[in-house]
Design a protein around this ligand. Structure first.
Ligand SMILES: NC(=O)C1=CN([C@@H]2O[C@H](COP(=O)(O)OP(=O)(O)OC[C@H]3O[C@@H](n4cnc5c(N)ncnc54)[C@H](OP(=O)(O)O)[C@@H]3O)[C@@H](O)[C@H]2O)C=CC1
Ligand SMILES: N[C@@H](CC(=O)OP(=O)(O)O)C(=O)O
Length: 404
């Protein structure tokens, strides 16, 4: 983890507290003292621990101040083997000692009974049933998979953008059959959605609604998992198609930037259409880059006249979301780094800045068709996947949604 992260020692764990539906009602850890009766870390499990995202979870969680890896799960191909023999380790740092000899389990809830939280980097073909079973077994599941992102009771959280959507968790629990006390699923977004929705959120906070946008992605091969795309397909090439990706970006953006409405019976729903109408057009390409998704974005604001490029640069650089004020230990110090050089951001140079936990923006300039255009670079495996899930879990602990 980067030395620029805010770190909390276990002795500074916040008290769990009831979920506040209004984020302004949440207390910060600094006004709450230490977790009563807990001087040790919270046991967590990792599902899909042998995969690309799973490995990133392991690197981040093995140095986490609040969480301790207690159990690992993967497919029956890996179950029963010590982690170091089950995994094809692709991280630049060695396998952490704490998990090297940990035996990989089948993804059954009873094997994770001593965990409070489970992080999922499961293949989407397996994630649906497994994550539902873990939720039913009263585990808090933080998933990277796409399966539950559209569920009307599951929050789709980009931690720098819409942490207030966690407030739907009690409803997810009460509508479950039988009702749940502790189990729930929180998903994070598609890695390309995550990268570009963070600057969009910053711009909407500063200048009001965006009403149209066009995003063109250049996505790294690690986004396709391991072993992923054959080298003969991607070397010396650009593939102008990633199945389902454009639809996910266009739809997820609306759920994340939309609000939560409540009807007369107190039933909450994600209200994608109550906000100012937003039209999104996405085009996705796979490029021969290992890590880091680059996205060219053009936006049109409702506000006339629109902000100038300089005003946009200042608003992006100043963006300071709630996770930083709350003291989430995995939140980067700078959510958005604005580059002034005309040829940045670049994946090779910028993807590991702040350990991949922030977002890079550059080339902010006028657009002759919409209003403003810029380039985003986000590390798809870190803030696009594992880091977001971990910050979501930190937020849920701070908000008291995870019973510690
Ligand atoms: N890579 C990325 O940048 C991003 C990925 N995601 C999502 O995160 C998830 C993981 O992606 P990624 O790490 O790239 O994928 P990988 O293919 O690299 O890893 C998949 C993991 O799922 C496990 N698995 C596969 N089938 C089963 C099964 N039937 N039962 C239990 N475990 C199973 C694999 O175990 P085994 O090794 O035993 O086969 C492996 O641990 C996916 O849903 C993906 O869409 C989301 C955002 C970004
Ligand atoms: N499809 C993304 C990664 C991914 O798995 O996305 P999702 O979790 O939305 O299926 C990519 O290829 O870069």
């Amino acid at each position: 983890m980067s030395s620029t992260s805010n770190r909390f020692s276990p002795s500074k764990l916040p008290y769990p507290r009831p979920m506040a539906s209004d984020p302004s009602q949440s207390q910060s850890p600094t006004d709450t003292g230490v977790l009563a009766g807990h001087d040790s870390k919270i046991n967590v499990g990792v599902l899909g621990a042998t995969g690309t995202v799973g490995q990133r979870f392991i690197v981040l969680l093995s140095a986490h101040p609040w969480f301790k890896i207690h159990a690992l799960g993967a497919s029956s191909r890996s179950a029963g083997k010590p982690y170091c023999r089950a995994v094809t380790w692709k991280q630049p740092s060695p396998i952490p000692n704490a998990v090297k000899e940990l035996v990989v389990q089948e993804c059954k809830a009873e094997n994770f009974a001593e965990c409070k939280i489970v992080f999922s980097g499961l293949d989407a073909d397996a994630a649906g049933e497994i994550e539902a079973a873990f939720r039913s077994a009263e585990l808090a599941v933080f998933s990277n998979a796409k399966n539950y992102r559209r569920d009307p009771h599951v929050p789709l959280i980009v931690p720098f953008v819409n942490p207030s959507h966690l407030s739907i968790i009690p409803q997810q629990q009460s509508l479950h059959s039988p009702p749940l006390k502790k189990g729930f699923i929180v998903t994070n977004a598609n890695c390309s959605t995550t990268g570009y929705v963070i600057p969009l959120s910053a711009l909407e906070k500063a200048f009001g609604p965006i009403e149209a946008l066009i995003v063109t992605t250049m996505q790294a091969i690690s986004g396709a998992g391991y072993p992923g795309i054959p080298s003969l397909d991607i070397l010396d090439n650009v593939v102008p198609y990633i199945g389902g990706e454009e639809e996910k970006i266009e739809w997820e953006t609306l759920k994340i930037l939309g609000g939560i409405a409540e009807n007369d019976e107190g039933l909450k729903s994600f209200d994608m259409h109550a906000r100012h109408p937003l039209r999104v057009s996405a085009s996705c390409n796979r490029v021969p880059v290992i890590d880091g998704h680059t996205e060219c974005v053009s936006v049109r604001f409702a506000k006339r006249p629109p902000p100038s490029p300089q005003q946009v640069r200042e608003a992006l650089a100043a963006y300071s979301p709630e996770v930083q004020a709350l003291g989430c230990p995995s939140a980067p110090r700078h959510t958005i780094t604005v580059h002034e050089e005309p040829d940045r951001p670049q994946p090779r140079l910028d993807r590991y800045y702040q350990d991949g936990a922030g977002v890079n923006v550059g080339r902010v300039r006028q657009c002759q068709v919409l209003d403003i255009k810029f380039v985003v670079l986000a590390n798809n495996v870190s803030i696009g996947a594992a880091t977001s899930s971990i910050i979501n879990a930190e937020l849920a602990v701070i908000r008291g949604a995870v019973q510690t």
